[in-house]
Design a protein around this ligand. Sequence first.
Ligand SMILES: [Zn+2]
Length: 309
Amino acid sequence: MSEQVLAIDIGGTKIAVALVNRDGGLIRQTVRPTPRTADGGEVFDSVAEAITSVLAHVTHPDRPLRVGVGSAGPVNGPAGTISPVNIGAWRNFEISARVVALVKEELGVAPHVALAGDGHCFALGEHWLGAGEDVDSMVGMVLSTGVGGGAVLDNKLFAGRTGNTVHLGHISVNAWGPKCVCGCHGCVEMYARGPALVAAARDQGWSGGDDAKALTDDARAGDPIASAVIDHGMRALAAGIATTATELDVRTFVLGGGVAKAGEVIFAPLRRHLRDFAVLDYVVDLEVRPAILDNAGLLGAAALAFSQE
Ligand SMILES: [Zn+2]
């Protein structure tokens, strides 16, 4: 029987847990909503139930199980702690230690647990089985209510000292810009994230629906305000991508997330603006590909598990 790993994907709206084999096949999977509660123990109870339900199907309970945890950030990989912005009940929550204790209790053998941020797991998943399958190095990016990312360099996750490399949403593309929630000025996220696009459109008199999907739908239908706002936001993202490419010397970028699902209405202005920023010889031909997986974060958590010694 080929080895299975335990993949755990923790987000602000849902928690997914699966046993995954070497081919990326999901042997067992359970997905549940993230509890809306201020009680951190209660949130973990939900994760624990999901883990327990899939552990019943482990076929090698006598060997240490390899576990990968992907979580909304910020995370501290080496410390095994997470403080997801969108899960207020958890601050410096010791997720790795809790998972180790739970799995040991269930199987009798302590597992090996690795932790990474959701942007990093997204990149690992798309690199393993998605749009970046054919390259050794790529950057994965998520464009949704925030802007996240992660880099796989020479087929390995480039995690960084604390596990926060390629924090694409919070690199500044405007040194004179307004102050961001993070404390910096003119961050990519202030211009490009879905809610920022919607707010900018509102300011300019757009009266469409209440989310980025409505905005991208209107842009596709030719609404001039929606189109102009997206164009403006994608220029900021293009500057962030080009900066990242110039720093890391990577030419393949994979873009996913709810806003990116709108397709060409996002990718066309993004690629056009990239030509203004990705100008040095070694990045001039960088490409931005649409993500192809629906569960890149979960599969990336599995890849993270398999990558442990
Ligand atoms: Zn910021």
